[in-house]
Design a protein around this ligand. Structure first.
Ligand SMILES: [Zn+2]
Length: 130
């Protein structure tokens, strides 16, 4: 897991189904996603509506005066309910403890007990062994 895979919204792209090269329905994507920050496309959830992010004036959403904004709160709520993950919590964690500590926690939290690979937050699957 790498720092460059942490999106501005607090999402860890290393645990995203698209990063593994799969879709939610179990099928394979044509290409695996390289991660929000690396792709540098307008993020589907937040960046599109945020001038600071689209102009690269902030690196993470917590640097913004409006953190957490309505857009981020919506995303956060969806992820908390569907995927047991909070972007806002992730961001506060990164802000307060640093990104390296956060990555370490993520490695532990999403580590596959069978093979040591990474469990996908969206599907709860390990694409290395199952
Ligand atoms: Zn595994």
């Amino acid at each position: 897991m790498k720092e460059e895979l942490i999106a501005p919204c607090g999402m860890n792209c290393a645990i995203c189904v698209a990063y593994f090269g799969y879709r939610m329905d179990g099928g394979r994507r044509k290409t695996a996603c390289s991660g929000c920050r690396i792709k540098n496309k307008d993020c589907a959830f937040v960046k599109k509506q945020c001038e600071l992010l689209s102009k690269h004036q902030i690196e993470y959403c917590f640097e913004c005066d409006h953190f957490p904004c309505e857009q981020l709160k919506k995303l956060d709520k969806r992820y908390r309910i569907r995927f047991n993950m909070s972007s806002i919590e992730n961001l506060e964690n990164i802000r307060d403890n640093g990104v390296r500590k956060f990555l370490k926690q993520q490695r532990t939290r999403y580590r596959c007990p069978e093979c040591g690979g990474t469990i996908c937050v969206h599907t709860n699957r390990c694409y290395s062994c199952s």
